[in-house]
Design a binder for this molecule. Sequence first.
Ligand SMILES: [Ca+2]
Ligand SMILES: [Ca+2]
Ligand SMILES: [Ca+2]
Length: 472
Amino acid sequence: MPFLVCALVLFGRFPAQTVATSEIDAVIARADSPREGDSEKMAKWGDKAFERLLPVAERRFAAEGASSENQSARAALANLTLYLCVSASRARTSEMTGLYRKAHNSEQVRLFQWMAEIGDVAPNRDLFDDAVWNGSEDPNTLSKRLSSVDALCRAGDRAALDALTRVLLKTSNPDLEKKVFWKIASTGDDAALNAVRKLRDRGRTLPPLAERSPLELQNAKNVKSTTTDKSGRRWGLIEWDGLGAPDDLWIVKREGNKWADPVFTGVNTSWPRSLPSGTRAKGAEEHDAMMASFVDKGGWKKLIDDPDTRVDTDGDGYTDLVERWLGLDPADPDTDGDGVPDGQDRNPLTGSPPQTDEEQAISAALSPFLIPGRGASHNTMIELPNGMKPFELYSSSGLVLPRNPVIKPEGRLFGYWFSVASPVAFSLDRGEATVSVTELGGYYSTGWQVRVRKFDGDWYAVDMKVVWGSVS
Ligand SMILES: [Ca+2]
Ligand SMILES: [Ca+2]
Ligand SMILES: [Ca+2]
């Protein structure tokens, strides 16, 4: 027998199909505990593997797809689904759709993704149209919504792009908005680019301080102390994130059943630095004592009528205290001289919009992180490549500030941090570029590669992928 096999191999007449079939069947049979490389093999075997898989999958999906709680059965179903997705070609759309209808929720998500990324879009168009508008936020539904964005962009027709444009301008889900944001720009469609630009330009200025973050929602747990003055007016001391840090302390006035008119005290509860009087804590113990006297023993009440707390020397909407906290000039209503007053300037320390191709490519690469998603008040710190002068960036949350040491604010600034690596890699015709962006959030950091493209002289993000991640 070994001789016969060798001879057949040498003469090129080895019955590959028969052998591969048993090999395929072996991979299918051990789907509940696969060996390394099994799914790569199934991908390589393609159509032949799919032929063997299909009847097994149909049987298993019908028999246990909806109900099995058995762990090894679940693992087998998940792997069979994976094998189907890696081996099926576009021509298998109707079989895959049939399986999708029989599958359990978690397998459905994977099959849906295949239908959106590889399958023929037309036969399942109603599913994609429907999913993208489905408001549910549970992870499976959201994942289908995100996949539908791929499908509708692949369809690329007017109706699909119009639907996505509407989603971009109306959705309240940040993940969906982020995906639509760069995905529709990649189509280069005029109306789609317009929608992206519209969102971007909305991020040039900030609303007045008192409107940046809902104050009334934070009442119950964030009011640290209250008092009533001689005229019967009620005052409160509240932790509020209007400047980005959730533990900054503000004085608020009771109006009807709401707290209003936040005035910054210059004190942050978790950061042992200083009181507005200039007293600085030396170490944690002294800080705790300072906080106790300021909050619990009512030290803050002296600030209610204190003109130093409320003075806005240059009339730009920020008190002098806020300006020092942010590193702005309390005597100049427009610190960066760009015509937008400090109190409404998204980039109060940087006056010039991105100009060169490199600056515009970086601005476009950061846009999917900064622009989609609304309502948050956190700030964003940006570290640009060495030697690059800061330029304006648009955002839909709080302030955008160049990262230390360019800025030396007095306060504890809280927010998302991004750093951009140098150099930006341009294509030969300079119509495309890849920008490496590091996203630092809390204990984790993520390395992204964002592809940007120039349409009519303006740059847009058209693709983004994670290239590394780490937890500290
Ligand atoms: Ca001011
Ligand atoms: Ca100012
Ligand atoms: Ca300004």
